[in-house]
Design a protein around this ligand. Structure first.
Ligand code: NDP
Ligand code: GDR
Length: 352
């Protein structure tokens, strides 16, 4: 990604009583794929980073744990218990942290699961965003707000999709995110808040949750190649998605909050690939023929599918100087390689 562009206030410190203090960011969803990359990015830029973590009976900080091992960055990372469904915790945290920038990445982010949990998805992803926006408004903070919106909001509207494309959500997840998107726009217009909605197309990485398509495939390819798995069950392999690399997309989120004026942006590669072709790329990388291993299971189909999402990222390129660098083939390879390496770490060598 090229540096520069029409950015302002890129200095991660501000002056208070004659001394430079680091800018403070608050990230909801810090334990997720994007939250962990964003935390690393902001810490590297000198920010003090606060993250919202929900209570879990099992360990849910695996993606951000390594940051603590970095003595310098770990000192500027602070985690707080809370939940997007608990407005009081959000009000208290915003007041306590007094952030300069808020990145709202927390969500029940699985489209298929949202059909089984529509009400919870609406609460966490839709109303949760309003709870956070209201917490910021009530605290009277001069703070910039990023909302993690999604290409799923375009749903049934055919590609290419950009900031002016008609929304047509096809899942409870997409409908909840669309509500959050419009509330973000409304807070910008009603209260003059610096609130931005980043409409991001699919972005993946070795940190991607294991039930999303790309990671499910690359993990299976590693396991099949290593002799630990025989088949891979998938749903609709005709769907088209625009897959980019998550690490590059969090840089785009940060750039959106450094621009002079708040507005909404699409981040995407601009290239569409079918699920079938992604599967083929991943298997090909280890010299296997996917047709020998992949089987269809209708339990992975959605009641209403989104057939094709291909983004037009020209606005982000023009105003933020942001461009995706990693193509889908390189992405598939790096994810397969990471899963092979991870498997080698957990499977002890055969002593024979
Ligand atoms: P993940 O599913 O990896 O991470 C979601 C995060 O939200 C996790 O930290 C999770 O916590 C947290 N979370 C879930 N529910 C709650 C809740 N009720 N209260 C507090 N925290 C909660 O998602 P990604 O990192 O992939 O995506 C980040 C955001 O961007 C999401 O909002 C997603 O919908 C959106 N998005 C993602 C795209 C993608 O391709 N990745 C594309 C477009 C938008 P825990 O770790 O405990 O589960
Ligand atoms: P998506 O991602 O729904 O686009 O949402 P996902 O990886 O779940 O599905 C991509 C496509 O693959 C098809 N598919 C399967 N999907 C899963 N998960 N498991 C399968 O076995 C399978 N077989 C086929 C799906 O039907 C779909 O067409 C992701 C999430 O990160 C959202 O939070 C985000 O907003 C959007 O990307 C942009």
């Amino acid at each position: 990604m090229s540096e520069g562009g029409a950015l302002s206030s890129t200095n991660p410190t501000f002056e208070q009583d004659g001394i430079d203090v680091p800018k403070r960011a608050f990230i909801t969803g810090i334990t997720g794929q994007d939250g962990s990359y964003l935390a690393e990015l902001l810490l590297a830029k000198g920010y003090e980073v606060h993250g919202l973590v929900r209570r879990s009976s099992s360990f849910n900080r695996g993606r951000i744990d390594p940051i603590y091992l970095d003595a310098e960055a770990g000192e500027r990372l602070f985690l707080h218990y809370g939940d997007m469904t608990d407005g009081v915790s959000l009000v208290n945290l915003v007041l306590e942290i007094q952030p300069d920038e808020v990145y709202n990445l927390a969500a029940q982010s699985h489209v298929r699961v949202s059909f089984e949990m529509p009400e919870y998805t609406a609460s966490a992803d839709g109303i949760g965003t309003v709870r956070l926006l209201e917490a910021i408004r009530a605290a009277k903070l001069d703070c910039r707000f990023y909302q993690a919106s999604t290409s799923e909001m375009f749903g049934a509207t055919p590609p290419p999709q950009n900031e002016k494309t008609l929304f047509y959500p096809r899942s409870p997840y997409a409908a909840a995110k669309l509500y959050a998107h419009w509330m973000t726009v409304n807070y910008r217009e009603a209260y003059d808040m610096y609130a931005v909605s980043g409409i991001l197309f699919n972005h993946e990485s070795p940190r991607r949750g294991e039930t999303f398509l790309t990671r499910k495939v690359t993990k299976a390819v590693a396991a099949i190649k290593g002799g630990h798995q025989d088949i891979l069950m998938l749903g609709n392999i005709d769907a088209v998605r625009d897959w980019g690399y998550a690490k590059e997309y969090v840089e785009g989120m940060w750039r959106m909050l450094q621009a002079d004026e708040p507005t909404d942006y699409v981040l995407a590669t601009g290239v569409g690939t079918t699920v079938r072709d992604f599967v083929e790329l991943a298997f090909q990388h280890v010299d296997l023929d996917w047709r020998d291993y992949v089987m269809f299971d209708d339990k992975y189909e959605r009641p209403t599918e989104v057939d094709a999402l291909i983004g037009d990222p020209s606005k982000a390129r023009e105003l933020l100087d942001w461009k995706a660098q990693t193509d889908v083939e390189a992405l598939a390879k790096l994810m397969v390689d990471a899963d092979i390496a991870a498997l080698a770490e957990i499977s002890p060598p055969d002593p024979r």
